[in-house]
Design a protein around this ligand. Structure first.
Ligand code: M6R
Length: 360
């Protein structure tokens, strides 16, 4: 069942190249280099989108906001379902809610759907489990096609959610005629090459994660930092580490450090930074210099040739723009996995947690 792997989690991390291919299958017309999403064909692109989700699915939603706003020019609000459902949110009729859930059974997300429906919104369900409650309660359903996810810590499901969100951003951007043609073509074409790049890179990434996990297994706390698209990934990296290794970790937007959290930095409080080669890199770099000035050690996910002087560079193959996310995400997952496994934790069944949270 585990396909020769020690845990489901590592098996599922290694399945991600296939997960991306499966999620793209039938949704990208290769000949025309065009995105086709029959699932949402019947609806106009929303004027305003409310994303509701929990945990890792919420982080996927935060990431999706960046691309949907940038490429499709649709204002997006992303809400933790358990907050959304107990507020009295201002929702205008004709708006759309996008509920993201791997299991499709999360109680708070389902309650959020119910509330959004009562207020006249149409619902798109983005879920993995076919026929799940979220799928049944939604007006439009997009399946992420990641296959069963057994490990409590969600990995490949997030990868498939990000793929679907990227497709939605491109699809709506084109349908509205607001996305720049070069960006659309580049994203649609390059996304198809991600599975093979990731497949090749994963074994070396795992070795690097192993080395680093040995070095930092005694840390009591970790910061995960990122900007832009990598801020939601920082939140996810921290969630993965705390969830399975029980090491305290906090994800922050890099620029927030100086507003308080940097007070915690000392030589025993390491930082895991996402310092990939994008427009925001110079800003990330200056935030990391501030961490180093307080004696903090840094592991940085970066790309070859990037000018960065930290304790541990973790250089990932560079791909186009936002697609670097699909390489960075497994690195975070591998780091958490290797740390938890080295510490002898019950990786697939962490204490106090259930795979799907059906209580509110
Ligand atoms: O099935 P869902 O996507 O609705 O689940 C949401 C969260 O419970 C889930 O992502 C949880 O945070 C994971 N254990 C994270 O690894």
């Amino acid at each position: 069942q585990k396909g020769g792997y020690k845990h489901f989690m590592i098996k599922e991390i290694f399945e991600q190249p296939k997960v991306i291919s499966d999620c793209l299958a039938g949704r990208v017309d290769q000949a025309k280099n065009e995105i086709i999403l029959p699932e949402v064909e019947g609806m106009e692109p929303p004027e305003r989108l409310h994303i509701i989700a929990c945990g890792t699915s919420y982080h996927a939603g935060l990431w999706g906001k960046y691309l949907i706003e940038q490429w499709a020019k649709i204002p997006v609000e992303v809400e933790i379902a358990s907050e959304f459902r107990y507020r009295d949110p201002l929702l205008s009729k004709g708006g759309v809610a996008l509920a993201i859930s791997q299991s499709g059974e999360t109680a708070d997300t389902l309650a959020g759907i119910k509330l959004a429906k009562e207020k006249g919104l149409s619902i798109i369900g983005l879920c993995n489990v076919v026929g799940s409650s979220v799928a049944r309660e939604s007006d439009y359903v997009m399946y992420t096609q990641a296959g069963p996810e057994i490990s409590v810590a969600s990995t490949k499901a997030m990868c498939s959610q990000l793929t679907a969100l990227l497709l939605l951003a491109l699809y709506w951007g084109k349908k509205k005629g607001v996305i720049d043609a070069a960006t659309y073509s580049r994203a649609a074409a390059d996304m198809r090459s991600i599975p093979s790049i990731l497949e090749t890179a994963l074994p070396a990434m795992r070795s690097r994660a192993q080395e680093l996990s040995r070095e930092y297994s005694e840390a009591n706390s970790f910061f995960f930092l990122g900007r832009g698209l990598y801020f939601p990934l920082a939140l996810e990296g921290a969630l993965k580490l705390k969830e399975i290794s029980y090491i305290h970790a906090e994800g922050y937007a890099s620029g927030e450090m100086k507003h308080g959290p940097i007070a915690l930095i000392d030589p025993k409080f390491p930082t895991f930074a996402m310092a990939l080669n994008d427009d925001l890199f110079p800003k990330v770099k200056s935030n990391l210099v501030e961490v180093q000035a307080r004696g903090g050690e840094i592991i940085a996910l970066t790309n070859p040739g990037v000018d960065l002087d930290v304790e541990h560079r973790w250089s990932l193959p560079e791909v186009w723009g936002p697609l670097n996310t699909f390489i960075a995400l497994p690195a975070l997952q591998l780091f958490a996995y290797e740390t938890a496994d080295y510490l002898g934790k019950d990786v697939d069944q962490p204490r106090n947690l259930a795979k799907s949270v059906t209580v509110e």
